[in-house]
Design a protein around this ligand. Structure first.
Ligand code: 5GP
Ligand code: MN
Length: 334
């Protein structure tokens, strides 16, 4: 029982997936504030850095980053008597952090909303793939414990941000009425949802806006017949445009604004591992991005949003992506 595990814990580690996004950080920080309110020590650990537009969140400055603070992370995990794993379905999504977490003898709880969770690496599993965000899973749990109406302003802020980020500000994967019931209860805690929106979506640097123009004007390839688009970004271009952490967030969604587009793929050279191409896939409607990502790009995710990777040059990656698109011609061309 999760409430029992929490009750008997005193030092809790909360960890989430590599390249943490708004849901990963928002959900993890919600849990931290919740646990601290219950008198626990709680530390959020992430495998690598997270975008600047999440740094204003309450508690964000206390997050430990494994790639930068390995010794500190190991010490905190070592001392933990409970581990909560949030917003991921496979231990390898912890990237380098996986070994440290799995070496701990503390019980592990998984809180997630991805498809096909690996059920072997946590003792307690709360998995709801139908939910829009790990934060919705947390709302659902708090509601079940009759605690959703007594959370703090900080918890409400983090929960709202997380659901907003994982649904593109409630523009996809967000038709279930209960989401808005939760939001209405979060608003009752006094959160300013308009300010949260601006803090996340209206913080572009000049570089980001110019990069966006360049990527759409020069780099976007539209495969009209396939109702698909591909956008690429190399590390050389990153340097040229002084691209900062987080500047590429959301680029993959832009081609979906073109009438009739069903699939958008962003091929993004990894800043930390040059030569690795990270892929982001987004679709509208029935197109299964997760299936394509697992079949062609060693990845996975959700039906309308998935990711993966390729180890090759950008030119080779483009060819590979085109072949993957062609393999789904029957769904994309018709
Ligand atoms: P993004 O494009 O934002 O990096 O990823 C979108 C979604 O795809 C993530 O929320 C995550 O669920 C999934 N995803 C991204 N990369 C991978 C990967 O390498 N493996 C798996 N299994 N899922 C991924
Ligand atoms: Mn999520």
């Amino acid at each position: 029982m999760i409430p029992e595990l929490i009750k008997h814990s005193s030092r809790v580690v909360i960890c989430t997936h590599v390249n943490p996004d708004g849901d990963a950080i928002g959900s993890s920080l919600t849990l931290k504030h919740y646990l601290e309110r219950k008198g626990k020590q709680a530390t959020v650990i992430v495998p690598n850095t997270f975008p600047d537009f999440l740094k204003w969140l309450p508690g964000a400055d206390s997050i430990l980053i494994y790639t930068k603070q390995q010794e500190q992370v190991k010490a905190v995990v070592d001392a933990a008597d409970l581990v909560i794993v949030c917003d991921l379905n496979q231990p390898n999504r912890l990237a380098g952090l996986e070994e440290t977490i799995m070496a701990s003898s503390a019980p592990r709880i998984l809180i997630d909303h991805h498809l096909d969770p690996n059920t072997n690496f946590c003792q307690e599993i709360v998995s709801h793939p139908e939910m829009c965000a790990a934060a919705e899973v947390i709302c659902h749990m708090l509601n079940g414990w009759e605690e959703l109406d007594s959370i703090s302003f900080e918890e409400a802020t983090c929960l709202y941000l997380a659901m907003m980020c994982d649904t593109g500000a409630f523009s996809f994967n967000s038709n279930r009425p209960i989401i808005y019931e939760y939001i209405s209860r979060l608003l009752a805690h006094g959160i300013d949802k308009d300010e949260i929106y601006r803090n996340v979506f209206w913080t572009a640097s000049e570089g980001r806006l110019r990069l966006q123009g360049y990527l759409l004007y020069v780099n976007m390839k539209v495969l009209h017949e396939y109702h698909s688009a591909i956008i690429t970004l190399t590390n050389e271009e990153r340097r040229r445009f002084k691209v900062k952490n987080g500047d590429t967030e959301g680029i993959v969604n832009i081609p979906l604004q073109m009438l009739g587009t069903r699939l958008s793929i962003f091929i993004n050279e990894d800043t930390e591992h040059p030569g690795i191409m990270k892929l982001s896939l987004r679709s509208v409607g029935d197109f299964p991005c997760d299936q394509m990502a697992s079949r062609f790009f060693s990845g996975g995710g959700h039906k309308n949003a998935s990711g993966g990777r390729l180890q090759c040059t950008m030119e080779e990656a483009i060819q590979h992506v085109k072949a993957a698109i062609d393999a789904y011609a029957d769904m994309l061309k018709a």
